[in-house]
Ligand binder design. Structure first.
Ligand code: ADP
Ligand code: MG
Length: 658
């Protein structure tokens, strides 16, 4: 039993619509009726007029008011797609792009991928006929590479602008720039009710069009004391709501797939135990990697007499609107990228969400009727421990990729790029330095083209990108799975093992059966192949030759060293320490080098579970560090401090490597 204390009235305001449509009524309505019932509908003409009169317009509206699904349709209906011109609408999240496109195709009455389509990484669901294209913000950025003025678009909608993802922020700068010499291009910046003045200000005081909200009051409850285990607290709260509260669906915010799966399993298990003592509880997960047929389920209406509980990531905060939610459970956490400029390392960590986020989450309970939001933290924590708003991603990320992308768009002066919130100067300089050190930029700051084993490195990069989901280890076949994994071990380290797995899979003709027999996850392999193809395509576009080292593994390991020289660890008496910061780290037990313990290692990433583990390690020769990063390492740092030689099983393998 969790004790909640009542209650602030939520910051939500008006009660414009006195009675909510009951769900059954909504289901009976035709699609057109539903469209007409959305808050944006009465503003159709005013909005179209404003778009006609202004090149850039900021649009603000409560989540669920119809910005994403309706406005592009208004534009189509009034001819913005004439002459085959496209309307593009960006979304920070893949799932949102797919799901919204599917919904709109249905509303328009066309097959998804024909007039209405979507484009996300590795999945292009558009055709020559597509005039309305939903896409991730990253995909539109990529389009700048092939069409720098976006000539095929008549309107670009930067949706969910308040999310301030890295890609969206860069789009702001690029689109503001092209809008100057493309007066015919319409730019709409759409956002939930947050920060809109700032967008207006950035886009030279573009007018803000406000769609009045339809929001019912939401009662907010806090816990009396902090919850030690928020996952368990979620489960208990859902069941508490289910048995004590009137009908209405429930939405739970968690931080990622693993948590969501655990929560769903726990809920299902407890419901099974309660059996027929309680009415039916439909438990539905939603997160980015969920197969799309499963994703669609969250939108299907709840059968009478039962209750739906959707367990979601941040995706349900503003990107997706699920009708019928009356109860929200908010543990107050989200997964956030964070960047440590000192170590140059980026990591995803679970952190308290911001107050702005928490208020958005609460708002999800008040869309169809008055609702309740249960916060699994104290009112004190809300006021004193949470940040006011989320820091834009650009300020907490490694800028290496951004710099590469902008450079490949021919933008050389990054210091003066028009950022809405410029990244910290040091971070930008550090990124430039790193890229220079890596040999990706020359002394003029231009992109370079060096590589001698790109064939293998492409594969390794692709395999690393599907990280940690290659090997399948079912609980009931642990011994078989471990043996199968052992069979892939080759000298050099985990990167070489990944290369070996991929090569063997390729030789099997990309066989599913082969994966099955070798305890390899087919889905991950397919994804690695997609990533690889895409990288190869990019290399082709910038005319970098794909060539193989011909079985010699030294160049491959050197290439990894060149890319990750700042991830070096050295074995000394007490175990491994990172070279620059003397941080104690451990080889992950799953690593092929777990027992060998070579003197020098490069790790792909550090993960903290019970200890600070290095995941995906490769053995290197310390002299390579001076070769590839002379500016970073001094000879002295690389001398072996202990005079006593470490016992080395490794010796033999090393000689074989040459
Ligand atoms: P906004 O962008 O302003 O937050 P949307 O246009 O996304 O609003 O949502 C408008 C309506 O469309 C909501 O009632 C929502 O439930 C519905 N909707 C959106 N996507 C889907 C979908 N995939 N399936 C069913 N309904 C959807
Ligand atoms: Mg939207």
């Amino acid at each position: 039993m969790i004790n909640f204390v009542s209650s602030d009235k939520s910051p939500c305001d008006n009660e414009q619509y006195s009675a909510a449509l009951s769900q059954a009524e909504v289901q009976k309505q035709s699609i057109q009726e539903v469209r007409r019932s959305l808050p944006v509908f009465p503003y159709r003409e005013d909005l179209l007029l404003a778009i006609q009169q202004h090149q850039i317009l900021v649009i603000e509206g409560e989540t669920g008011s119809g910005k994403t699904t309706q406005i592009p349709q208004f534009l189509m209906e009034s001819g913005y797609n004439d002459g085959g011109m496209k309307i593009g609408c960006t979304q920070p999240r893949r799932v949102a792009a797919m799901s919204v496109a599917a919904r709109v195709a249905q509303e328009v009455g066309v097959k998804l991928g024909n007039e209405v389509g979507y484009s996300i990484r590795f999945e292009d669901c558009t055709s020559e006929r597509t005039v309305l294209k939903y896409m991730t913000d990253g995909m539109l950025l990529r389009e700048f590479l092939t069409e720098p003025d976006l000539a095929s678009y008549s309107v670009v909608i930067i949706d969910e602008a308040h999310e301030r993802t890295l890609h969206t922020d860069i789009l702001f700068g690029l689109i503001k720039d092209i809008a100057r010499f493309r007066p015919d291009l319409k730019v709409l910046v759409a956002s939930a009710t947050l920060d809109t003045e700032r967008f207006s200000c950035f886009f030279d005081d573009a007018p803000v069009f406000r769609i009045p909200g339809r929001r019912f009051p939401v009662d907010i409850f806090y816990t009396k004391a902090p919850e030690a285990d928020y996952l368990e607290a979620c489960v208990v709260s859902v069941l508490q709501i289910h048995v004590t509260q009137p009908p209405g669906d429930c939405l739970v915010f968690l931080t990622g797939q693993e948590e969501i799966e655990t929560c769903c399993e726990l809920l299902q298990e407890r419901c099974r135990r309660l059996g027929s003592k309680i009415s039916e509880l439909l438990v539905l997960p939603i997160y980015a990697n969920l197969p799309s047929d499963m994703q669609a389920k969250i939108f299907s209406p709840t059968p009478p007499g039962s209750r739906k509980v959707v367990v979601a990531t941040n995706i349900a905060e503003t990107s997706l609107t699920i009708d019928g939610i009356i109860y929200v459970i908010d543990p107050g956490f989200c997964k956030q990228k964070s960047y440590n400029a000192r170590t140059g390392m980026e990591s995803l960590i679970v952190t308290p969400c911001s107050r702005a986020s928490a208020n958005q989450r609460a708002g999800r309970a008040g869309r169809v009727a008055a609702g309740k939001c249960f916060r699994l933290y104290t009112a004190w924590a809300f006021k004193h421990e949470m940040e006011e708003s989320t820091v834009p991603e650009i300020q907490r990320t490694n800028l290496g990729n951004v710099v590469l992308l902008l450079k490949s768009l021919g933008i050389n002066d990054l210091i003066h790029f028009d950022f809405m919130d410029p990244p910290p100067h040091e971070t930008l300089v550090l990124a430039l330095e790193q890229l220079y050190a890596l040999g990706a930029l020359n002394h003029l700051g231009e992109l370079t083209k060096v590589t001698y084993c790109s064939e293998e490195v492409l594969t390794i990069a692709a395999m690393l990108s599907v990280n940690n989901s290659i090997f399948y280890r079912p609980k009931d076949k642990v011994v078989h799975a471990d043996n199968a994994r052992q069979n892939f071990v080759v000298p050099g380290g985990d990167h070489m093992v990944l290369l070996n797995v991929y090569t063997q899979w390729l030789e099997s003709g990309y066989s599913t059966q082969w994966c099955y027999e070798n305890f390899i996850q087919f889905r991950s392999m397919k994804r690695a192949r997609d990533v690889r193809e895409q990288l190869e395509g990019l290399m082709d576009r910038i005319e970098v030759e794909v060539c193989s080292s011909g079985g010699d593994i030294v160049p491959i390991r050197k290439a990894v060293t060149a890319g990750y020289f700042y991830h070096t660890a050295r074995l000394s008496k007490g175990g491994y320490k990172t070279v620059k910061h003397q941080q104690t780290v451990y080889v992950h037990p799953n690593s092929s080098l777990f027992e060998e313990q070579p003197r020098w290692l490069i790790y792909h990433e550090l993960v903290f579970t019970t200890k600070e583990f290095m995941r995906q390690v490769i053995e290197i020769d310390s002299s390579w560090l001076l070769e590839v990063a002379p500016h970073y390492y001094k000879n002295k740092e690389l001398e072996d401090s202990s005079s006593k030689k470490m016992p080395r099983k490794q010796g033999k393998a090393k000689e074989e490597l040459g």
